[in-house]
Each structure stands twice: as structure tokens, then as C-alpha cells.
Ligand binder design. Structure first.
Ligand code: FES
Length: 136
């Protein structure tokens, strides 16, 4: 079994898997702390999904060809933001409709909520990588 095989939440879960529970190709090398999560062609502009990076749900969005990653938990009551909507750079929470800027994780409107942590993203060839730890 490769590091990309397995199911969410299972013992020995992979460090990075598709939100759909599918598989991602062969491991490839990247700078320290970055793990491959998807391919650029699998997430077209205007789309978002979620992946798991070190047992943490991370929302991954493609905004006009630029990829962004934030923790997939609303800063209000932890609803999965990836189940909401993406309009330009704005994510809207599906539960109480707080909005966040996917570039910065900053709360834009809605109920009082914390900002959401962001993650560094890098793209090399056709592979999208997310850094394990959120940005400070
Ligand atoms: S859980 Fe997101 S706005 Fe309440």
C-alpha cells in the first residue's frame, strides 16, 4: 500500500488524500513539509475541495488558476467550509453564512468568528502541494 492509499480516519491514514476518498498518484519530492494533494487539472478554476494533510481537513481552492488552502473548519462553529460556496476569493460557510477571504483566512462578514488558518501552497509541474503546518 502506498502512502496515498487508505480511507479517511482509518488507522495508518495517509498524510494527504482526496476529499472524495480516492487515490492520488505516486509520491513525488517537494521542499520540506509539503505534501502532494492533487493535480492542477483535477481542480479547475472556481472549484474547491477538501483534502487531509496530517489528519487535518484542509480546504483547497482554485481561484483563477491560483491555489489557496485554509483549514476546512469555520471560525464560528467549525462547519466544513468546503461544503459552502466559493465566489471569487470569498468562501461562504454553509451553516450561518460567515464569509472568509480564501487568500488570507480573514473573516469578512457574518457571525462573530475567528479567522481560519491558511496553509502554504506550491505547484510544481501538474502537482499541487500543501505545507503540513498552517502559516503563523
Ligand atoms: S459555523 Fe460557519 S458561520 Fe456558523
Amino acid at each position: 500500500m502506498s502512502v496515498f492509499e487508505g480511507r479517511h480516519g482509518s488507522a495508518g491514514a495517509p498524510r494527504a488524500v482526496w476529499g472524495s476518498g480516492g487515490h492520488f498518484g505516486a509520491p513525488s519530492k517537494m521542499s520540506d513539509g509539503f505534501v502532494p494533494v492533487t493535480t492542477t487539472s483535477a481542480l479547475p478554476p472556481g472549484a474547491m475541495t477538501w483534502v487531509v494533510v496530517d489528519r487535518e481537513r484542509v480546504l483547497l481552492a482554485n481561484v483563477e488558476g491560483v491555489f489557496y488552502a485554509v483549514r476546512d473548519a469555520c471560525g464560528h462553529r467549525q462547519a466544513p467550509l468546503s461544503k459552502g460556496t466559493l465566489d471569487g476569493h470569498v468562501i461562504e460557510c454553509p451553516l450561518h453564512f460567515a464569509t472568509f477571504d480564501v487568500r488570507t483566512g480573514k473573516l469578512l462578514s457574518g457571525p462573530v468568528a475567528d479567522d481560519v488558518p491558511t496553509y502554504a501552497v506550491e505547484v510544481k509541474d501538474d502537482t499541487v502541494y500543501v505545507k503540513r503546518a498552517p502559516l503563523p
